[in-house]
Design a protein. Structure first.
Length: 505
C-alpha cells in the first residue's frame, strides 16, 4: 500500500558558492550537517508529456532515505502530495491508477534521468526538533525519450518539516534573499530538465486571451473548469480522500446542468449524450455514498434517544445495514475509474472543450443570453415550489419539493456560470439558491430516512424484535420534515423579495 505525504518546499537558484549561513533565521538554534547523498531518479511520462503538462511527476529513485517510486500531485504553488511506493522493476499499479485520469490509454515511458549529489542540512530548534531540511543539489539531467540532450545545474531546496508552519519558509527565504539567493524560475527539477534538454516540451493550454467576451466564452470557461475538476479529483477519489467523491459528483452535476440550461449556447444534440454519461458517472459515485450519509444521520438520531426508549438491538441492526451498503462499493468505484467507459468520457469532455458545438447565441452578448437562461431556470423553481406547497402534506408534496430542490441546484449552477458576466445579482442568486437547496435537502433527507426506517422496522418485526424505537425515530423525522415545510413559504417569500422574483439581468 502506498504512503502519502504532504510536501511543502521551495527551490532557489544557486551558484557554486554553496549554502549561505542560515544560523540567523528566527527559531533556528542549529544547522546540522547530515552529509551527502547520491540520488538517481528516472522520470516516467507519456510521449507527449501529459503528466508534466499537469505538473504531475512520476519517478523511480534510488539513493537517499526514501528510495522507491514517487508520484507527486500538485495542491498549490510549492505544495504537492507525494505518494510513495517501494522499489520495483515496474510502475506500481496503484501509482499508475492515480495517474490514469491524465494518462488515459497512453503508455508511460522513461523520459528524463536525473542524477543528483545532495548536500543536506537540517534546521533545528532549541530542542533539536526539525524545522526544515535544506539541501544543495548538483543535478545532471539526461533526456531519455524525444531527444538526447543533457544539462546540469545547482539549486537549493528547502522542504518544511512534517506538520511545520509554512510561515517558517518565509523566514528562510528572507535570509536567503539577503545572501543574494533568488527563487528558481522552474517549478521542479523535471520542468527544468525538460526545458534545458533537447526534445518535446509539455503540452501547454492555449493562452488565455483575457476575460471571456461572448456568452459562449463564459459557458465554456465554466465547462472547462468542471472538466478539470473531475480529472484533478480522480486521484483523491482513488485515495479515498474526504469529500473527494462528493466533490467529483458535484462537478458532474454542474456540467449536466450547464448543458441543459445553456442549450442556446451549446448544441444539445451533441451535449445530451455526454450528459447521459455524466449521469452514469454521478450514479456510480453515489453508490455507497448516499447510504453512508443516511446511516450517519440515523445513527446520530439514535444516539439522541434516551436509553430506556431504545428497544431491541437497534444499534446493531443500523450498523449492519450501514456496513452492508459499504461492502464492495469501494472496489466497484475503483473499477469504474479504470473502465474504458469512464476514460472515454474524459476524452469526450476534452474534445468538447477543444471543439465546442457552439450555436448562434454563443456569439451573443453574455449579459442578455446568460440572463435569459438563468431567468428561465428560476421561473421553473418558482412554479415547482408554489405547486408543491399547494399540495397537502404527503407523497405528492414530498415529490414536488424534491423536484424543486433539483431545479434550485440547477439554477445555482447556472448563476455560478453567469456570475462573471452578471456580477452582483448572480452572486446573490447563487446564495439564495444554495440556501433553498440546503433547506429542501433537509426535507429530502427526512423523506429518505423515513423510507429506510420503515424497511428496517419491517425486518426487525419479522425477526421478532420490537419496532418501537424505529417508530419513535420515524415520528421525529416527520417532525423535522414538517418544520421544513412550515419554514418554506417564508423562506421562498424572502428569496422572491431579494431577487424581485426575477433572475439577474
Amino acid at each position: 500500500m502506498a504512503d502519502t505525504k504532504r510536501e511543502i518546499e521551495r527551490k532557489y537558484e544557486s551558484d557554486e558558492s554553496g549554502l549561505p549561513d542560515l544560523t540567523g533565521v528566527a527559531g533556528v538554534a542549529n544547522v546540522v550537517d547530515k552529509g551527502t547523498a547520491e540520488l538517481d531518479a528516472t522520470y516516467h511520462d507519456t510521449s507527449d508529456l501529459r503528466l508534466a503538462s499537469a505538473r504531475v511527476t512520476l519517478r523511480h529513485r534510488t539513493g537517499g532515505t526514501d528510495a522507491g517510486w514517487h508520484l507527486k500531485l500538485p495542491v498549490a504553488p510549492g505544495i504537492r502530495d507525494e505518494i510513495h511506493a517501494p522499489l520495483s522493476d515496474t510502475i506500481p499499479d496503484e501509482l499508475a491508477g492515480l495517474a490514469r485520469s491524465r494518462v488515459r490509454e497512453g503508455r508511460l515511458v522513461p523520459v528524463i534521468r536525473l542524477r543528483t549529489t545532495r548536500d543536506v542540512r537540517h534546521l533545528v530548534d532549541a530542542e533539536g526538533a526539525l524545522l526544515a531540511e535544506v539541501s544543495v543539489d548538483r543535478v545532471r539531467a539526461e533526456r531519455l525519450f524525444g531527444g538526447t540532450g543533457k544539462a546540469q545545474w545547482t539549486e537549493i531546496e528547502v522542504e518544511l518539516a512534517d506538520g511545520g508552519d509554512p510561515a517558517f519558509l518565509d523566514k528562510v527565504e528572507k535570509r536567503l534573499g539577503k545572501a543574494g539567493v533568488r527563487p528558481s524560475k522552474s517549478a521542479s527539477k523535471l520542468a527544468r530538465a525538460l526545458a534545458e534538454t533537447k526534445g518535446g516540451k509539455p503540452r501547454k493550454p492555449k493562452p488565455d486571451s483575457g476575460a471571456p467576451g461572448t456568452a459562449g466564452d463564459h459557458v465554456l470557461a465554466y465547462v472547462r473548469a468542471q472538466r478539470d475538476a473531475i480529472v484533478e479529483l480522480d486521484p483523491a477519489v482513488r485515495l479515498d480522500t474526504e469529500e473527494a467523491v462528493h466533490d467529483m459528483r458535484v462537478a458532474t452535476r454542474r456540467l449536466r446542468s450547464t448543458f441543459r440550461t445553456f442549450g442556446t449556447v451549446l448544441d444539445r444534440e451533441v451535449t445530451d449524450p455526454v450528459a447521459d454519461e455524466l449521469k452514469w458517472l454521478a450514479g456510480e459515485l453515489g453508490v455507497g455514498r448516499d447510504q453512508e450519509v443516511l446511516a450517519e444521520r440515523l445513527m446520530t438520531a439514535l444516539d439522541e434517544v434516551p436509553g430506556p426508549l431504545v428497544s431491541g438491538p437497534v444499534h446493531d441492526r443500523l450498523h449492519a445495514w450501514a456496513e452492508a451498503g459499504e461492502r464492495g462499493s469501494r472496489g466497484r468505484l475503483l473499477g469504474v475509474l479504470d473502465s474504458k467507459r469512464y476514460l472515454a468520457l474524459l476524452d469526450t469532455l476534452d474534445a468538447l472543450a477543444a471543439d465546442p458545438p457552439l450555436r448562434k447565441a454563443a456569439a451573443g452578448n453574455p449579459e442578455k443570453v446568460l440572463a435569459k437562461a438563468v431567468h428561465k431556470d428560476f421561473a421553473k423553481v418558482t412554479g415547482l415550489i408554489e405547486t408543491a406547497m399547494a399540495q397537502p402534506p404527503g407523497h405528492d408534496r414530498d415529490l414536488g419539493l424534491h423536484e424543486a430542490r433539483k431545479k434550485a441546484k440547477r439554477t445555482r449552477y447556472a448563476a455560478e456560470a453567469a456570475r462573471p458576466a452578471l456580477g452582483g445579482p448572480a452572486k446573490s442568486l447563487v446564495k439564495s439558491m444554495k440556501s433553498l437547496q440546503s433547506l429542501l435537502g433537509e426535507h429530502q433527507d427526512s423523506v429518505m430516512a423515513r423510507e429506510t426506517l420503515r424497511e428496517l422496522s419491517a425486518v426487525a418485526h419479522a425477526a421478532g424484535e420490537s419496532a418501537f424505537t424505529y417508530g419513535l425515530l420515524y415520528g421525529r423525522e416527520e417532525g423535522r420534515a414538517a418544520a421544513v415545510e412550515a419554514r418554506t413559504p417564508d423562506a421562498w417569500k424572502e428569496i422572491k423579495k431579494e431577487t424581485g422574483t426575477d433572475a439577474p439581468a
